[in-house]
Design a protein around this ligand. Structure first.
Ligand code: ATP
Ligand code: MG
Length: 585
């Protein structure tokens, strides 16, 4: 197990972190107390949008900027007061259409202000809302809207015409399509003009008296391991968003915060919308796609202090080179965090060495609704580890027993990562799939489907997804460790490994890699990478084969799809590819 550490002391940090005493805070913490930091509705009930927006709009943060929306070279801002008025207008539009608590609103849009208004306005109206990733093609859109029995869709003229019109007749539940029109373009037939409806609506609204356990958000998983699942989250999830925004993202009032995740995925809502607003900070939202130069420009020009991003983005920034990374100083940046897939130690060190800040990996899933395990500003980082469970989270390593029970395992033993039920943002169901939901739980414990190990300091180390584990000559091999070693070779930018059937060993490890700029894929390099892996991992665990790819197949949320590498290698059907990056849109 890797042992080198990035040591931290509080006096090295520019801002005193919210969490300084990890053990103490964990033992003092209770969800009830965390909940009491947030507000009930004035006439009873509990609602995410009240805590994210209304509470601030009625207090000293009224004129504080909540969002800075960047689009090309232009920018617009919304204060907490503006956000309150605009989301009230949206809620009034829904109410005026007779849309209520039995409805489901889907939002299909790029990172434009209306998307955020629609999500918050739906929450105010007590209506379950589900943002969809705008790059989905017509079929995945129809599948998801049908799974959720969507009754309202908020989208743009362009997306409607290209992706929704062709499948609208296949979604019989859809009653209203609200369009953010493009100037001068006629409205498509059978749709309504959202901008006009909002302008004609009142900017005051009494938030519907939702209960803490009422459904609020529907998020689809990334489809990395199979058909995406719809996870239902409730209003009290905001308590987790608040506590994790405090501990893992270390949000302070004067922060400028940038979450690069798209709101079509859970990260883009839990941490691109809810957590920053609950903490009353200013968030940057960029409409454009990833571009290294643009991203460094945003960090510098917007004076971003806390940056939440993903391993895939970090790998691409690494690929783009250190020169670009250091071309402009980033004096305001004080915390970088990442989620989505394993963050190789190489990437953590790159942050430390090139940007002067380590990257704080944290672990969670669509199902957990919020960060569960993380590296925080105040404790030492062991690069390659996901960190430690945050206050309020009880994590363990376990196996299912043959009689349907659970056996907890000790330190330094590989097993499935499990979480004790009771954190507020736990999903409350897989849409239309109660059996699959029930199968995730044994007694008080939720089985995550991820394999991990805990060390004697309480740090958790990701091993791989249960589905991706490789069994070779009697050994269980986690892909993460192998991929991390491959990435430590100077030529390797990205790596994905799979188990390939083998008559003798059962399976052998096959690696797929893409190269950094300036390297040529040839046999000499292949041999060099194989030798490097064998030296570091030993012959049993090291890949037997290395194949070069220009890029690895990834989900649209940036995760390497090992199941596709496997299917393509073995000539098997590819299964659901609705979330494959570069797939039909
Ligand atoms: P699906 O469930 O549809 O196959 P998915 O699991 O990729 O897709 P998400 O909920 O978006 O969908 O991703 C959560 C998963 O991502 C985790 O279960 C884990 O496998 C992986 N993951 C997230 N963060 C980390 C991390 N820091 N280290 C390792 N793995 C991570
Ligand atoms: Mg999953």
């Amino acid at each position: 197990m890797r042992q080198s550490m990035i040591r931290k002391t509080v006096d090295q940090l520019r801002v005193v972190p919210n969490l300084t005493d990890y053990e103490g805070e964990r033992s003092r913490f209770s969800w009830a107390e965390a909940r009491s930091e947030l507000e009930d509705l004035p006439r009873g009930g509990f609602n995410i949008a009240h805590n994210a927006v209304t509470r601030h709009a009625r207090g000293p943060l009224r004129d504080h900027v909540a969002f800075r929306f960047l689009s090309g070279d232009s920018a617009s801002t919304l204060t907490y007061g503006d956000l309150e008025a605009a989301t009230n207008r949206f809620a009034n539009v829904l109410a005026g259409l007779g849309v209520g608590r039995d409805d489901v609103v889907f939002v299909l849009a790029g990172r434009i202000p209306e998307l955020y208004l629609a999500v918050l306005g739906s929450l105010k109206n007590g209506t379950l809302v589900s943002p969809l990733f705008a790059a989905f093609g017509p079929d995945p859109i129809a599948t998801r809207m049908n799974l959720g029995s969507g009754t309202v869709l908020v989208t743009t003229t362009e997306l409607y015409e290209r992706k929704v019109a062709p499948i609208r007749s296949q979604v019989p539940s859809l009653r209203h399509v609200l369009i953010v029109p493009e100037a001068g373009e006629p409205l498509p037939a059978g749709t309504s003009d959202l901008t006009a409806l909002m302008a004609a609506s009142s900017d005051s609204f009494d938030i519907v008296a939702t209960r803490p356990q009422d459904p609020a958000l529907l998020h689809f998983t990334s489809g990395t391991t199979g058909m995406p699942k719809g996870a239902v989250h409730v209003h009290e999830a905001v308590v987790t968003h608040w506590s994790t925004g405090k501990y893992a993202l270390d949000l302070h009032h004067d922060d400028v915060y940038w979450c690069t995740a798209d709101p079509g995925w859970v990260t883009g809502i839990s941490y691109g919308l809810i957590a920053p607003l609950v903490h009353g900070v200013t968030s940057v939202v960029d409409e454009s796609d990833f571009d290294p130069e643009r991203w460094y420009g945003i960090l510098a020009d917007q004076q971003v202090s806390v940056w939440y991003t993903a391993p895939t983005a970090i790998r691409m920034l690494m690929k783009a080179g250190a020169e670009l990374a250091t071309a402009r100083p980033l004096p305001d940046l004080r915390l970088i965090a990442s989620v989505g897939e394993p963050l190789n130690p190489e990437a953590v060190w790159w942050g430390q060495e090139v940007l002067g800040l380590p990257i704080h990996d944290n672990w969670w899933q669509t199902e957990t609704g919020g960060i569960m395990i993380g590296n925080t500003p105040a404790f030492d980082i062991k690069p390659g580890s996901m960190g430690r469970p945050l206050p309020g989270v009880e994590a363990a390593i376990a196996v299912r027993t043959d009689d349907g029970g659970i056996r907890l395992l000790g330190d330094a033993t590989e097993g499935e990562l499990v979480l004790r039920k009771g954190w507020p943002s736990m999903f409350r169901g897989y849409l239309n799939n109660p059996d699959r939901y029930a199968a995730c739980f044994v007694g008080d414990w939720y089985f995550t489907g991820d394999l991990a190990e805990r060390d004697s300091d309480g740090y958790f180390w990701f091993v791989g997804r249960a589905d991706d584990l490789i069994k070779s000559a009697g050994h269980l091999i986690g892909p993460f460790e192998v991929e991390s070693v491959l990435m430590s070779h100077p030529a390797v930018a990205e790596a994905g490994v799979i188990g390939k059937p083998d008559e003798v060993a059962g399976q052998v490890v096959k690696a797929f890699v893409s190269l950094r700029q300036g390297f040529t894929a040839d046999d000499a390099l292949r041999m060099d990478i194989l030798a490097h892996a064998r030296r570091k991992l030993g012959a049993t665990v090291a890949p037997k084969e290395v194949a070069f790819l220009d890029t690895l197949p990834r989900t649209r949320s940036g995760k390497i799809m090992r199941r596709l590498l496997r299917a393509r290698e073995l000539g098997l059907p590819e299964g659901d590819t609705s979330t494959l990056e570069g797939g039909g849109s």
